[in-house]
Write a protein that binds this ligand. Structure first.
Ligand code: F6R
Length: 361
């Protein structure tokens, strides 16, 4: 049932090209995207919530909705809902992201918002689960059942659904033209291909990298722009399945504290993302400040980042714009986490202390 793979986690990482395409065709043929976009368009306040990986998908949404629809969405971690539900009203919309549709923290946030008259949009992978049942409309991802405890394929399908929602809203609000919308939607059809390519491009080099990283107790994962939520997700994967401490933060924050920990051979992974004309030089500065302290510097990034100096290992994921970059950056990060777990004899499918779905507070 693992499709010939030794673990569900690997199977589910490898399935991403297919389930992304299935989610994509499902989204195109559904009316829920338009329905959800209308709810957002008529709301004054927009919030997005989830726990763990689903929260990270929410952060990606907050980026795209600002970029394309020129709207602000406030992301918050579901268990911290009270401060946000206090300001919710009939003019508010909450997007509740939960692959299982059963996470108690997310459900409680949803109920608190609903009691204030807010409209609720669910994003879920499980048909008829509690969160969709209690929401006004649901956008379904089509990742298929996810058995591995660490969320992998559900994350990128959530990102795809939420990106499509941001774009649908943007046409509704007139911040992008119909032609731009069509072009973007056509581009998203290639999400699965981007995932497949970066899996192929990274497998071998990751095996070498794991030999070095498996002996480390800590690492940083840094990025800028759309790469920041992707870095959070990468760090969560590494922590969950390998038990190596990985901390992600926006690269510009180094000087404000975390660089104090960096000494010789401290691993720092940078995610190099578009737009390169804005971000590449800045990331170069961040690489150099780490290199100057003797850090082991690794870049997982688009082809243009190949010209960075001071980099020990470069994983080239290809050339992509902001719309497709999550599908190219995340699979190598998931594979890194998986390979570290295996190298350390840890079961990636059943990490200690974790349950797939958290239904108690
Ligand atoms: C991370 C992970 C958890 C879940 C979180 C939310 O790999 O699996 O952080 O993302 O528990 O779960 P759902 O999406 O089912 O609400």
């Amino acid at each position: 049932e693992k499709g010939g793979y030794p673990h569900y986690m690997l199977k589910e990482i490898m399935e991403q090209p297919r389930v992304l395409y299935e989610t994509y065709t499902g989204l195109l043929s559904s009316k829920e995207l338009a329905e959800a976009a209308k709810l957002i368009a008529s709301a004054r306040k927009v919030f997005i919530t989830g726990a763990g990986t689903s929260y990270h998908a929410g952060l990606v949404f907050a980026y795209y909705i600002a970029r394309y629809a020129k709207r602000v969405a406030t992301p918050f971690i579901a268990s911290e809902y009270t401060v946000y539900s206090d300001v919710a009203d009939e003019d508010s919309v909450l997007i509740a992201v939960s692959q299982s549709g059963e996470t108690i923290d997310t459900l409680q946030a949803l109920r608190a918002f609903k009691s204030k008259g807010a409209k609720i949009i669910a994003v879920s992978n499980v048909l008829g689960s509690t969160i969709p049942r209690e929401s006004h409309t649901t956008i379904y991802t089509r990742a298929g059942p996810e058995i591995g405890v660490a969320a992998t394929k559900t994350f990128l399908t959530q990102v795809l659904a939420l990106t499509s929602l941001a774009l649908t809203l943007a046409t509704e609000e007139g911040t992008i033209t119909t032609t731009e919308y069509k072009k973007a939607i056509e581009e998203l059809a290639l999400a699965g291909r981007a995932a497949a390519r970066s899996i192929d491009a990274s497998l071998r080099i990751l095996d070498k990298l794991v030999l070095v990283l498996k002996n480390k107790g800590n690492m940083y994962i840094l990025s800028r722009g759309i790469g920041v939520p992707l870095a959070y997700e990468a760090a969560l994967k590494v922590k969950e399945v390998s038990y190596i401490h990985a901390e992600a933060y926006p690269a510009g924050e180094s000087k404000h504290g975390p660089i104090a920990l960096v000494e010789r051979d401290f691993p720092v992974i940078f995610l190099g993302v578009p737009p390169e004309d804005v971000l590449l030089e800045k990331l170069q500065g961040n690489v150099m400040e780490m290199k100057a302290r003797g850090a082991h510097t690794i870049v997982i990034g688009t082809t243009p980042y190949g010209k960075l100096e001071g980099v020990d290992v470069f994983i080239d994921v290809g050339s992509y714009d902001e719309l497709l970059i999550p599908y190219a950056i995340i699979p190598p990060a998931q594979l890194l986490a998986y390979k570290l777990a295996v190298a350390l004899n840890r079961d990636p499918d059943k990490p200690r202390n974790l349950a797939k779905t958290v239904t108690v507070e």
